[in-house]
Design a binder for this molecule. Structure first.
Ligand code: B12
Length: 218
């Protein structure tokens, strides 16, 4: 059942079939945890990306698919929130600045991370996409955020994650804030290479890692 729905969702996305994707998303929610539905939707987009790379899908198709997958994420959002809100503890005061780095307009994954963190009780300051290191670091200074989450989906923009860390150091606030990085080209070894405190592969893991960075359950 789980596998079947997963494959049907991936297939619907590859066929750029909005109606079927949204119908299957709703149907899956009755049978699967929302996290599993997210992973099927993300897998569909990932495969779209692979086809795009091979010249078998084009930008307009990627744009359309991204838009309707975003609608599917919105359907899932209240269900995701429920799960996290049940577990939300004393994180209310903890501030997390989140942004997609400069030059990068991919924001679906970053939005999911923000949603999950705020459902878990964090005060999320989401600066959006294509945000300069200067803007991110100034916001950290202004808000006294304990954590900054940096998203990058392009190999050409991931260097800006490092730029943010360097600027935090230059401003003398690197020790005050934990840095977590994510996005398709990022990895644990990339995080270590640039001196980030953590890497998370998905939004659920991001919540776990941010909690761990702040010392575990409050
Ligand atoms: C959808 C999409 C687009 C959409 C974006 C729409 C939007 N509003 O975001 C559009 C069509 C606009 C787009 C444009 C481009 N794209 Co694009 N895109 C994708 C695609 C297919 C899916 C990305 C996505 O949304 N996935 C679903 C979400 C839920 O997953 P996610 O982003 O990975 O996020 C999860 C985790 O990574 C993690 N995470 C994400 N951020 C963060 C942050 C933190 C702090 C943490 C802890 C975790 C975390 O948690 C998230 C949730 O679980 C990817 C394929 C891929 N493999 O990723 C290509 C891909 C990223 N794009 C690519 C390219 C090349 C481009 C363009 C340059 C194409 C062009 N020639 O114009 C432009 C770039 C524009 C720019 N300047 O940014 C390449 C990048 C190749 C590379 N090596 O750099 C990819 C990999 C496709 C490919 N295989 O070739 N793209």
């Amino acid at each position: 059942m789980e596998n079947d729905l997963h494959h049907r969702i991936v297939h619907a996305i590859l066929e750029i079939d909005e109606e079927e994707t949204l119908k299957l998303t709703k149907e899956s929610l009755e049978k699967l945890p929302p996290e599993k539905v997210i992973s099927a939707l993300s897998e569909g987009l990932r495969q779209m990306g692979d086809l795009f790379e091979k010249g078998q899908r084009y930008i307009p198709e990627l744009v359309i698919a991204a838009e309707f997958v975003d609608k599917a994420f919105k359907i899932l959002e209240p269900h995701l929130r429920q799960g996290e809100e049940r577990k939300a503890g004393g994180w209310k005061g903890a501030k997390v600045v989140v942004a997609t780095v400069e030059g990068d307009i991919h924001d679906l994954g970053k939005n999911l991370v923000s949603t999950m963190l705020s459902a878990a009780g964090f005060q999320v300051i989401d600066l959006g996409k294509d945000v300069s290191a200067e803007t991110i670091v100034s916001k950290v200074e202004e808000t006294d955020a304990q954590v900054v989450g940096l998203s990058a989906l392009l190999t050409t923009t991931m260097a800006h994650q490092e730029e943010v860390i360097k600027l935090l150091t230059k401003r003398g606030i690197r020790e005050k804030v934990k840095v977590i990085v994510g996005g398709a080209p990022a990895s644990q070894s990339w995080a270590e290479q640039i001196g980030a405190d953590a890497y998370a592969e998905n939004a659920m893991e991001a919540v776990r890692k941010v909690k761990a960075l702040l010392g575990g359950e409050p």
